[in-house]
Design a protein around this ligand. Structure first.
Ligand code: G6P
Length: 473
């Protein structure tokens, strides 16, 4: 097999299967943030991407796509149930998001997680060239760094954690907490979204292993009497801001934004929510606040419309099925009580949309609502800010989303405080154009400057530093 200098390892390949058969023509680049982020790092390099092709039991040879090699990892339906829906999304996801839903600890899920992580590590080991850099992504693959180091000590290994890392008091619940920390410490550089996440990780390392940590550096015993230096630091991820600006300036997309307003019956104000249908996003809290505003008359149908895009996610996991039922019941009730023949209170769409349509929606929205109860970063916040080249629009942003660290000029809210959220939404609806402009300009400066290219360069600079230090030993 061809070997690469840069290997990305992620749960999913960066493509979706859209056509017939398994040939390269059957695949299209996935629209997600991770893919765009890494696309920039991989462009023009001899790079491979190891990941699951998105369907159970699909057995495929590596193939070329857009100049990179994609290396599929086969997952059986049992693997998917136990490793993906089970341990990744039924144990780690809720635990790391502050137990908003109860994590389920099941030994058979853990066993599957170990097995599947090993399969990813073994595949990466066969694809990486001598001395290559392997970049492991996210919580589904926390054991891969250590497994890979054991198989290939010559590699430099990076890991980026896209979701929050919890406080030790929560993390300590995990029956396999030590194994997870050891797995992650197999990396040379560990990237987190917020300083708080990197801090929580370091505290777990100190509590469980007593390894010294100082200024983002951890000295880990190397098994030969010496130590190996690991860097664990924040690298807040971002978007390709320029690409969003270009879309926002396209006449057809601007026209589409006007059309959306019209199709909604030209309400004075449009509120927008865009989320995966996930219990971490605070969609229920948002609906509660908006519903109460309709009851007490702070918002009126026809004057204000809430558009809620909830893209389908993890339908095999029970907590997601329950959430969908609950949200759809609530939306149905609110609309039943308040809709008129001409106007709807909430336009709810359980669908995903292409990027062009998303940008048109952002441009049509007077107020963007991000009410996550816990979120690693939330790139929708950054996308909304990037496209508002008109310096208009108001971002209502949860302080529990990573994006709040950079976007302090948003209307920051605690989504558990329904009264506070209602007051912030009211303030957003009434905000003068001058204040909108002042806040938006300050946020746009941040997003345009800290774009995804900078994120990639920052992480790679840390990797190069560690590599140079290794070479010097
Ligand atoms: C979050 C995670 C990603 C994940 C994505 C979609 O952003 O950090 O790792 O890929 O959600 O979830 P899914 O389970 O469909 O891959």
């Amino acid at each position: 097999m061809k070997r690469s200098e840069l290997v990305v390892v992620a749960n999913r390949l960066p493509v979706d299967h859209v056509g017939e058969g398994d040939g390269p023509d059957a695949w299209r680049r996935s629209p997600g943030g991770l893919v765009t982020a890494l696309e920039q790092v991989m462009a023009g390099r001899d790079a491979a991407w190891v990941g699951w092709p998105g369907k159970a039991d699909l057995m495929m040879e590596p193939f070329e796509f857009d100049g990179n090699t994609l290396v599929p990892v086969r997952l059986s339906s049992d693997n998917l149930e136990q490793y993906y829906e089970g341990f990744s999304n039924g144990t780690i996801w809720p635990l790391y998001h502050d137990v908003i839903a109860a994590p389920i600890y099941r030994r058979s899920w853990w066993d599957a997680y170990v097995r599947v992580n090993r399969r990813f590590a073994e595949t990466a080991a066969t694809v990486a060239a001598e001395g290559a850099f392997v970049w492991v992504q996210d919580y589904q693959l926390q054991l891969v760094p250590k497994m890979l180091r054991e198989l290939r000590p010559d590699l430099t290994i990076g890991y980026f954690h896209h979701i929050p890392f919890p406080a030790y008091g929560l993390f300590a619940q995990l029956p396999w907490r030590s194994e997870v920390i050891e797995g992650l410490l197999g990396a040379d550089v560990l990237g987190f979204q917020r300083p708080a996440d990197a801090g929580n990780f370091q505290r777990s390392v100190r509590r469980l292993f007593k390894y010294p940590t100082k200024a983002n550096r951890i000295d880990v015993p190397d098994g030969e009497g010496g130590t190996r230096r690991v860097l664990a630091a924040p690298f807040p991820i971002s978007i390709d801001a320029e690409a969003f600006v270009e879309l926002a300036e396209r006449p057809d997309i601007i026209a589409r934004a006007a059309e959306i307003r019209e199709q909604l019956g030209n309400p004075r104000k449009i509120l927008l929510g865009v989320d995966r249908l996930d219990y971490t996003k605070g969609i229920r809290h948002r609906l509660k606040a908006f519903g109460e505003m309709l009851v007490d008359g702070t918002a009126e149908v026809g004057d204000v419309t809430l558009v809620q895009i909830a893209s389908p996610s993890r339908p095999g996991v029970e907590a997601y099925q329950d959430l969908r039922d609950e949200i759809e019941l609530t939306v149905g009730r609110i609309n039943g009580d308040y809709d008129t023949m001409h106007h709807t209170a909430i336009r709810y769409l359980h669908q995903g949309f292409p990027r062009d349509e998303m940008v048109a929606l952002y441009l049509a929205a007077d107020v963007m609502l991000i009410t996550a109860l816990r979120d690693g970063m939330n790139l929708v916040a950054k996308e909304y800010v990037a496209v508002r080249t008109d310096q208009r629009g108001v971002l209502v942003l949860s302080e529990f989303a990573g994006a709040a660290d950079e976007l302090g000029s948003a209307l920051l809210i605690n989504p558990h405080d329904i009264g506070g959220m209602k007051a912030a939404i009211k303030k957003a609806i009434d905000m003068t154009p001058a204040e909108q402009g002042r806040r938006m300009r300050s946020m746009r400066r941040k997003v345009l400057h800290n774009d995804v290219e900078r994120w990639g360069q920052g992480f790679m600079a840390a990797v190069d530093e560690i590599r140079a230090a290794k070479g010097a030993n």
